[in-house]
Ligand binder design. Sequence first.
Ligand code: 5GP
Ligand code: MN
Length: 325
Amino acid sequence: MKITDDIIKVLKAGKKFAVAIHINPDGDAIGSQLAFVRALKKMGKEAAAYMQAPIPDNYRFLPGSESIKIVDSLPESFDTLVCLDIPELDRLGKFEESVKGFKSIINIDHHICNARYGIVNISETSASATAELVYHIIKRLDIEIDAEMAVCLYTGIVTDTGSFQYRNTTAEAHRVVADLIENGVRAEKVTREVYEARNLSQVKLLGLTLETMSFSSDGRISWLWVTKKMKDLVGSQPNDTEGFVNYARSVKGVEVAVFFEELDDANIKISLRSKISRVDVNKVAHKFGGGGHPAAAGAVVSGTPEEIEEMILKIIKIEFKNEEK
Ligand code: 5GP
Ligand code: MN
């Protein structure tokens, strides 16, 4: 992957860097962020990671996670903002307001819907994860990838590829991961921390969620619901629903899987996955103000559960018809 000179120049020129990721961050966003901050510090820069909510429990093992700053707005005295895994600035949530305070914005991302904001943007859809891009940037800076960076970058790639199962699992992703393992990553330790340290509330919630599984009459669409009531019943914690959509996706014959989660009285979180089918779920999510990748996308929509379910299923069915034309 070719990393152009412009990003290297901006990174070398900046002095104080704020590194931000999207709201409701996943393993790729957090892993990329921590590795990037570490690399900037190795360059002798002042750098810090910012988030607006505490890091999910299963990513607390990542080196550097204890120094992430949980704030309502980004610092005003920094010159450069690095945005990682953020296709559009509204994905910064509360931080979007503070963007105007920065002299330069660097945009490093792998989403197809990237808006190409920033004075430099590396928006590379062929990358399995933003972490893969961060790996190449660090290499291009001639900084040694230490064991701490390696575990962060590995976590980014392993989570965004669904443990090397999805269509973004490329030969290049494997080459990068091979190098990360040679630099000290213990793959089974990451698996244990990320996937095998679940809260009991999460497993209980999964049990209730699977009971809601529904199918379209042709079996090509499957969907799941998590309501507020279900979450209250098990005492669920933030992020407990990560990966639930994959159970709908895993059923034979299902081509598009949808996960609906009631966030509050007005808003529903939707996760979409596309398997086998050519239905581009990024397009579907975009119609509801969200986005993502062709095979994995999401949105937050306001309305009643009944209305939203009906609208989403209708759009997916239209997309199936369009694909068949
Ligand atoms: P998930 O369904 O796991 O939350 O997200 C799947 C993909 O869709 C990720 O690439 C994520 O960044 C993107 N995504 C999820 N929710 C939203 C959203 O509300 N807006 C946008 N633009 N993208 C989203
Ligand atoms: Mn990503």
